[in-house]
Design a protein around this ligand. Structure first.
Ligand code: SAM
Ligand code: SF4
Length: 431
């Protein structure tokens, strides 16, 4: 979502003649768009500001803005602690970035814009064409969260759940497709909680699938509780919907899920997976896990490992529990950190083994790949298969924006390497 926000911030600043430069020392405005989900993200802000300070030591200071969730959660502290920062702008206030920059040009500072103006924000953005021209583009459809998991900052940094209208989303999706997008990933902190005047995510997907030149639709991140029957059915009916689903579970222990306030049990989670497999046995899953949540015993951890092995997640993102100020879990007693780190290590090794076994089975098989980029100075193209695996093939012809059948020849940890099965044929694009 930060990538989507960053692109929209650039669309906005173009209006006041601020454009991207790759040369840091040439910038007269420096925008740091931040994430607050885990502890290290905040440290990174201070580190990056230090880098800018160093770069501009003997030069005119650029305007320095911190945007995103760190600005929302720690705006006042940032302004007090780091005088180099001119303004902080929360994720629901970035439509005010141009007036902020213009004020700062007139030396009006410091500024703290951290209101939850989500309606106003999207009203402003809707009047502005989305200029992103990637083959695979993001589209924010929903923001915020009403679930209040005890460990999570999102309800406090992004605010309450808000869904954009189907009309504005179709307009923006069409802009992205006109710019060249063949794939759109629908984004939301709780994307399957999407609800605009009783229209749900499945309704939106069906509408989007009617856009002729849009070939693939994905969505992230889903919550198990919001996986309703209509969304499961959409995976049967909509061929453009990709068969890979990111479905965070956090823990394999019902006791821990309850103390996290996740509002679902392992049985309910597995039920969703089974229903999805019933409509399409090809569907693969990835998930997020928090290791070492307060109260996690060895038995709880073993349940998480068992779940990992049982579901065969093709990608598992695991994190050590990070206490976040302002969340209900913040003051809970931590698990012994040495033990927590050992568990994370064990977990990640098992997850890696499962992923590698899955990938090994792809060798000599066919993958359907949407090509996104050419690798610089080489006749090689990068794309993704239906399960979001990265694939690289050699080709003399330009494959960008086409969907091709690829035979996988070899793999490494993160990439599949293959060759085109049929001769290059532009018509394959309609596959
Ligand atoms: N809404 C999604 C869900 O609940 O299913 C998750 C979105 S959350 C922004 C992304 C991931 O960050 C979570 O799934 C969780 O694993 C991780 N995360 C959030 N807060 C965390 C914390 N305090 N410590 C460690 N990991 C955390
Ligand atoms: Fe955070 Fe996801 Fe829980 Fe919402 S559902 S509070 S975004 S972890």
């Amino acid at each position: 979502m930060n990538e989507y926000d960053s692109n929209r911030i650039l669309d906005l600043t173009k209006k006041i003649n601020y454009f991207v430069t790759k040369k840091l020392d040439e910038a007269n405005c420096y925008i740091l768009n931040t994430c607050h989900i885990r502890e290290k993200a905040t440290d990174k802000v201070y580190h990056d500001i230090g880098r800018v300070k160093k770069e501009f030591r003997n030069k005119k200071k650029p305007i320095v803005l911190v945007t995103g969730c760190v600005a929302q959660a720690e705006g006042d502290i940032l302004l007090k602690k780091e005088k180099y920062i001119d303004a902080v702008i929360g994720p629901q206030s970035y439509h005010q970035i141009n007036s902020t920059i213009l004020n700062l040009e007139k030396k009006i500072k410091p500024l703290n814009l951290t209101e939850f103006d989500v309606i106003e924000k999207f009203d402003s953005l809707n009047s502005l064409k989305n200029s992103n021209n990637k083959i695979s583009s993001y589209l924010t459809i929903q923001e915020g969260c009403d679930k209040f998991c005890k460990f999570c900052v999102v309800p406090y940094t992004r605010g309450a759940e808000f869904s954009r209208s189907i009309k504005e989303l179709l307009l923006e999706a069409n802009q992205l497709v006109e710019n060249g997008a063949k794939e759109i990933t629908l984004l939301g902190q709780n994307v399957n909680a999407y609800n605009y005047k009783s229209k749900k995510l499945s309704n939106l997907i069906i509408e989007l699938s009617k856009i002729k030149n849009l070939k693939r639709i994905r969505y992230t991140t889903s919550h198990p509780r919001d996986f309703t029957e209509d969304l499961i059915e959409a995976h049967k009916d909509c061929k453009k919907l990709m068969p890979s689903i990111h479905l965070p579970v956090q823990s394999g222990s019902n006791k821990i899920l309850e103390s996290m306030n996740r509002r679902h049990s392992i049985e309910e989670y597995l039920d969703v997976i089974e229903k999805l497999k019933n409509v399409n046995p090809e569907i693969k899953f990835s998930s997020d896990f928090i290791i070492g949540y307060p109260g996690e015993t060895e038995e709880d951890f073993q349940m998480t490992l068992a779940l990992l092995k049982n579901v065969h997640f093709i990608n598992s993102y695991s994190y050590l529990y990070s206490p976040r100020p302002g969340t209900p879990a913040f003051n809970l007693t931590l698990v012994n950190q040495k033990i927590a780190k050992e568990r994370l290590y064990i977990f990640q090794n098992v997850a890696e083994k499962i992923k590698s076994e899955y990938r090994q089975k792809l060798v000599n098989k066919k993958s359907i790949v949407l090509f996104e980029n050419k690798i610089q100075n080489e006749n090689k193209f990068f794309g993704r298969d239906e399960f979001f695996n990265s694939v690289i093939v050699k080709s003399e012809k330009n494959l960008i924006g086409t969907i091709q059948s690829v035979k996988i020849l070899k793999i490494n940890r993160n990439t599949l390497f293959g060759e085109l099965i049929s001769n290059f044929n532009q018509k394959n694009c309609a596959a």
